[in-house]
Design a protein around this ligand. Structure first.
Ligand SMILES: [Zn+2]
Length: 498
């Protein structure tokens, strides 16, 4: 295959990540387990005051509207001139969440119940359950979704499309992935030599660290409000969700392995031949074949780990419980200031992304090695809701390295959350100036994101929907082969007559 062909293949990849069910990170029950295991807050937490949700929103509005930083104040008041204009819908949009979804901790809906550990564990799965990061569309001044020219809604931030579709599970990938801080390249050679550095487009943005930071500040501010303890726990758990996702190595690389391309390309060639270039029947595009192959493996490996991790007495559960800590990651965490200062959660997630990303490609390579070959074929879909993941593993396959990597990832989640709780404990002891600094850091970060998203939205040109065409070279190729066969047969016959 020519180099140009591979480049085209690589460019199709945005969509490989784009439309498939590949963006959930850990399954929700795994979030519950990891959060319960790493909980570092008080054993019991009061039910709290339902008014805390509103009080927290007002706290953030005052931080922007009354900032001593004149420029910050000006920028904030331009968007939210009055306290009344900063209702829960505006607050969710300000924070980069889907404002049309009802979200625990932002809308006046009940907070998770139970003791500290139980409520924290349950709340940590909510960012997946309530779709707060999915389907973030642009809205007009009347809060109506703005439609694009091809009867598709416009994205609130076009950067979300670097990692996923405009709708569906993958539309939340931007918020649940964190790629390491690297100079990215969309050259297929990079995918072979240094897969951590492969991304298309190379300007890609992922936001898990930013969301972890945002929820951390909200939790710190909530914990200082009268009756705000349970609300603080809810936002602390949302921060934990983003930490846990990044501990899952496959959420720190965009693609992982070059072999998925090779598989998709071979299947595409077969499909071209079988359908005579689309003349006899419709056939899936290279991109959609790629989407299915990657998502099959992504879904399978998560289902496989979930099943064995949560099964009592399973050796994988034991392996995970006993996995050693990562000394390099421990050293990296040591370098992050051990106080409740703005940016500590972001720094923890970025350090985690750096370590996880070295193993992301290997996790994909390991599952590809042991999975049934059918999962790399066209028209084959693995459905984790219906199919036992163990039935998709080749008989006699060696899964030891795969499980070792999974257990290591889960252990890093513990390390990161432990570092988080250590620093968060200091948030309650901040003085008024320290609290203001924290609140203003949130306002500044969000205004910067909104400005950047607005600029991207202004420059955004929606792509027209793809149309399937017949590849005439395939029928011409068949015709040439037939003509050649006919010619040879004719010659052989003539020779025999002589
Ligand atoms: Zn997630």
């Amino acid at each position: 295959v020519s180099k140009k062909g591979w480049l085209g293949a690589a460019l199709g990849l945005t969509l490989v990540i784009g439309s498939g069910p590949v963006a959930r990170a850990y399954d929700q029950p795994v979030h519950v387990l990891l959060s319960a295991r790493a909980y570092g807050g008080p054993a019991t937490v009061p039910a709290g005051d339902p008014g805390a949700v509103r009080a927290l929103r007002e706290r953030v509005w005052h931080a922007g509207a009354e900032s001593t930083d004149a420029e910050l104040k000006r920028r904030f008041l331009l968007r939210y001139p009055t306290l009344e204009s900063f209702d829960s819908w505006a607050f969710k949009q300000f924070l980069g969440l889907n404002p049309d979804k009802s979200i625990v901790g932002f809308d006046e809906v009940p907070l998770p119940v139970g003791d500290g550990r139980t409520a924290y564990a349950a709340a940590s799965r909510l960012p997946d359950d309530d779709w707060r990061n999915r389907e973030r569309f642009r809205h007009d001044a009347n809060r109506k979704v703005i439609m694009g020219p091809y009867s598709q809604p416009l994205p609130d931030d076009p950067a979300t499309l670097d990692m996923g579709g405009i709708t569906g599970l993958s539309s939340q990938a931007h918020a649940h992935y964190q790629l390491p801080k690297l100079q990215f390249s969309d050259s297929p050679d990079v995918l072979k030599s240094d897969p951590r550095r492969f991304a298309t487009p190379p300007t890609i943005k992922t936001f898990s660290a930013a969301y972890a930071e945002m929820y951390t500040v909200l939790a710190a501010l909530a914990s200082r409000l009268p009756g705000g303890e349970r609300l603080a726990l809810t936002h602390a758990a949302a921060a934990a969700h983003h930490v846990e996702d990044v501990a899952n190595q496959i959420h720190t690389v965009q693609v992982g392995v070059f072999d998925f391309f090779l598989d998709a390309k071979l299947e595409q060639i077969k499909e071209e031949l079988r359908s005579v270039g689309g003349l006899l029947r419709s056939r899936p595009s290279f991109v959609s074949i790629g989407i299915d192959i990657v998502s099959n493996h992504h879904t399978l490996l998560e289902a496989l780990y979930r099943k064995h991790l949560l099964q009592p007495g399973d050796p994988v559960a034991k392996l995970s419980a006993e996995a050693p800590t990562d000394p390099q990651f421990a050293a990296d965490l040591q370098k992050i200031d051990a106080t409740c200062a703005p940016g500590f959660a972001r720094a923890i997630v970025e350090a985690l992304a750096e370590r996880s990303s070295f193993e992301g490609p290997e996790v994909y390579a390991e599952i590809r090695k042991v999975a049934n070959k059918r999962l790399s074929r066209v028209h084959q879909i693995y459905d984790d809701q219906k199919e036992d993941p163990d039935l998709e593993i080749r008989p006699g396959a060696d899964l030891s390295r795969f499980y070792e990597l999974q257990a290591r990832g889960a252990r890093r989640s513990d390390q990161a959350l432990q570092a988080w709780w250590q620093r968060f404990a200091g948030c309650g002891r901040l003085d008024a100036a320290g609290e203001t600094k924290l609140a203003e850091s949130l306002v500044r970060a969000r205004l910067d994101e909104l400005d950047a998203a607005d600029a991207r939205a202004k420059a955004y040109v929606p792509k027209p929907p793809e149309r399937e065409s017949v590849n005439v070279w395939v029928p011409i190729g068949y015709a040439l082969v037939l003509a050649l066969v006919a010619l040879v047969v004719q010659r052989v016959r003539r020779r025999r007559k002589r």
